[in-house]
Design a protein around this ligand. Structure first.
Ligand code: FAD
Length: 491
C-alpha cells in the first residue's frame, strides 16, 4: 500500500486521513501538539468546560459523510441537534432580535422588530439560495485550479448568471440597497465575519452565507463542538490511521521536484505522498524553505483573528441562549480598525457563546460558561497586553450596560486566547481564524490550490487553502484532496 504522511491533525487533516484510509492508503499523521483537532479543541477549568475555537456548527452532513463512507453508524460516534433559536441579537439602542431557524417565523419576527416587510426578507433568502446553488459546485466542491472544473456545465451556468451574483458590489452596499433599516443591514452585514472578512470589502456574493444558516440550519453537537474532533479522531483510529503526537515536522524532503519524506525530530520519515494541513504560509517558509514559494499567494491579506475571554460566570441569564451578539454602534469604524488600522475598536461587536444552555455539565449548577469573543486584526506585533486590558474594560462596560448588571463581579474564572496564542498553538499565520480573507472579488482564485504546482505528490488541505476556512470548508478541502489523489494515483 502507498504511504501518506499528513502534517497536522486539524479538522481537515482528520477528514483527509479518514478518506484516504478508506481508499486503502497507509496513513500516518504527525501532530506537533499533544492532542488532535488544532483550533477545534476545548479547555476545562474549575468545573467549567469551554469549546476553545469554533462555536457555530453548520452543514453537519459533511461530518456525517465521513462515517457513511467508512461504513459506520454515525450515532455510534456523533450526535447533534438542530437549534430552533439561531442567535440573539442586542443593539446599542436597546433593540433585541431573536433569529429563528424557521424562515417564516424569522421573517415575521423581523417584520415586528425592524422597518421591513415579511416578503422582503423571504426574497433576500431566495436570492441567497440562488447564489449558493449557482456557485457552490464551482467555488466549494472542486479544485478551482484544474481546467476540468471550468469545462463543467455547472461553471458555465454560473458564468452566464454572473450579474445576479453580486460580485461587483460589496456586501454592505448590496444589503443597504435591499433594506432601509440600518439595524437589519448590520444584521446581514455580519455574515462577512463568518469567513473573517469585512462587509465593506467582501463581495456581495457572500450574501449566500445566510442561506446556509437559514436553509441548512445551525446545530449543536452533543458534548460540545469538541466532540466533532473527538469523534473524527476515534473514527480515524478505528480505521487504522496512525497518529504521532508531540511530533513537529521540520521539513518536507523533496527529490527531483517530488515530495519523498518529512523530517521529524531529525529523523527522516519516507512517504509516497505528503499532505500539509499546516497553514500554507509556514508550510512554505519553514518546511520548504529551500524551494521557490508562490509569493503572490502567500502575501494575500489574512482574515481577522480573535480575542477571547473564557469566563466562568456565577449566575444564569435566561435572556441569553447558545449564540448571542452585542452589536457595535459603529460597524464601519469597527472594520476600519480591524482591516486598515490593524487595531481594536473601543466599541467592538461582542459575541457570547454559552454551551451550558445545551450541555448542563459544562458549568457548575447556577453558573454559565461564557466564551466572549471580539474580532481583532491578525498579529503584526501590536501591543496585545495593552489591547487585552483595554478591550476587557470596553467589553465589560458594554455587557454591563446592555444586561443591566455589573458583569465583572460575576467572573469567577478567566482564561484568554489572543492572536499570539492562536498562532503559537496551531501555527496559523498571524493567528488568523480563516486563512486569507475574502476582502476582494478575486480572493477565491488567489487562495492556494489543494496541490503543489511545482512539487509532485505534495497536497494541501485546511483553512488556509482552497476552498477556505471554517469547519465545513475545511472538511471539503479534505474531500477535494482525496479526490485529486484518487485521480493522480489511479491503480
Ligand atoms: P488547524 O485547526 O489550523 O490545525 C492545524 C494543525 O496542524 C494543528 O493541530 C497544528 O498543531 C498542526 N501543525 C501545524 N504545523 C505543524 C508541524 N510543522 N508539524 C506537525 N503539526 C503541525 N469555524 C467554524 O466553522 N465555525 C466557527 O464558529 C468558528 N469560529 C472560530 C473561532 C475561533 C476562535 C477560531 C480560532 C476559529 C474559528 N473557526 C470557526 C475556524 C475553524 O476553527 C478553522 O477554520 C478550522 O478549525 C481549521 O482547521 P484546519 O484543518 O485548517 O487546521
Amino acid at each position: 500500500n502507498k504511504k501518506v504522511v499528513i502534517i497536522g491533525s486539524g479538522i481537515a487533516g482528520l477528514a483527509v486521513a479518514i478518506r484516504l484510509r478508506n481508499q486503502n492508503f497507509e496513513v500516518e499523521v504527525y501532530e506537533s501538539n499533544s492532542y488532535p483537532g488544532g483550533k477545534l479543541t476545548e479547555i476545562r477549568t474549575k468545573g467549567y468546560r469551554f469549546d476553545c475555537g469554533p462555536s457555530l456548527f453548520t452543514m453537519p452532513q459533511f461530518v456525517e459523510e465521513l462515517f457513511t463512507i467508512s461504513d459506520k453508524n454515525v450515532k455510534d460516534y456523533f450526535e447533534y441537534e438542530k437549534k430552533e433559536v439561531v442567535c440573539n441579537y442586542f443593539y446599542e439602542d436597546g433593540t433585541k432580535f431573536k433569529a429563528l431557524a424557521n424562515t417564516e417565523k424569522f421573517a415575521k419576527e423581523a417584520e415586528k422588530t425592524f422597518d421591513v416587510e415579511n416578503a422582503q426578507i423571504l426574497q433576500y433568502f431566495e436570492n441567497s439560495k440562488l447564489k449558493y446553488d449557482l456557485t457552490s459546485s464551482l467555488f466549494l466542491n472542486k479544485s478551482l485550479h484544474k481546467l476540468s472544473t471550468y469545462l463543467s456545465l455547472d461553471t458555465i451556468r454560473a458564468i452566464t448568471r454572473i450579474n445576479s451574483l453580486g460580485i461587483n458590489k460589496n456586501l454592505h452596499g448590496l444589503n443597504a440597497k435591499q433594506f432601509k433599516d440600518p439595524r437589519l443591514v448590520q444584521f446581514f452585514d455580519r455574515f462577512a465575519t463568518y469567513n473573517g472578512s469585512s462587509p465593506y470589502l467582501t463581495p456581495g456574493i457572500m450574501s449566500m452565507i445566510p442561506h446556509l444558516e437559514q436553509y441548512y440550519g445551525t446545530f449543536f453537537p452533543k458534548g460540545g463542538m469538541h466532540s466533532i474532533t473527538k469523534s473524527l479522531y476515534k473514527l480515524a483510529t478505528d480505521l487504522g490511521v496512525t497518529f504521532h503526537f508531540k511530533s513537529k515536522v521540520d521539513e518536507i524532503v523533496t527529490n527531483n521536484k517530488k515530495a519523498t519524506a518529512v523530517i521529524v525530530d531529525g529523523v527522516k520519515k519516507g512517504a509516497d505522498l505528503v499532505i500539509s494541513n499546516m497553514d500554507v504560509v509556514p508550510t512554505y517558509r519553514k518546511l520548504l524553505s529551500n524551494q521557490k514559494s508562490p509569493e503572490k499567494t502567500l502575501k494575500q491579506p489574512r482574515s481577522s483573528s480573535a480575542l477571547i475571554f473564557y469566563w466562568g460566570i456565577k449566575k444564569e441569564f435566561p435572556e441569553l441562549d447558545l449564540h448571542n451578539i452585542f452589536f457595535s454602534k459603529n460597524y464601519k469604524e469597527e472594520f476600519e480598525y480591524i482591516f486598515e488600522k490593524k487595531q481594536v475598536f473601543d466599541d467592538p461587536t461582542v459575541y457570547i457563546n454559552i454551551t451550558v444552555k445545551n450541555e448542563s455539565n459544562d458549568a457548575p449548577r447556577g453558573c454559565e460558561n461564557w466564551f466572549v469573543m471580539i474580532n481583532v486584526p491578525g498579529n503584526e506585533g501590536q501591543d496585545w497586553d495593552k489591547i487585552i486590558d483595554k478591550s476587557r474594560k470596553n467589553i465589560l462596560n458594554k455587557l454591563s450596560k446592555l444586561l443591566k448588571m455589573d458583569i465583572e463581579e460575576l467572573i469567577e474564572t478567566e482564561e484568554i486566547l489572543d492572536p499570539r496564542s492562536i498562532e503559537s498553538n496551531t501555527q496559523s499565520y498571524q493567528g488568523s481564524l480563516y486563512g486569507s480573507s475574502s476582502n476582494n472579488k478575486y480572493a477565491a482564485f488567489l487562495r492556494h490550490p489543494n496541490f503543489s504546482k511545482s512539487i509532485k505528490n505534495l497536497y494541501f488541505c485546511g483553512g488556509s487553502v482552497h476552498p477556505g476556512g471554517g469547519i465545513p470548508l475545511c472538511l471539503l478541502s479534505g474531500k477535494i484532496v482525496s479526490e485529486l489523489i484518487q485521480k493522480d494515483f489511479k491503480p
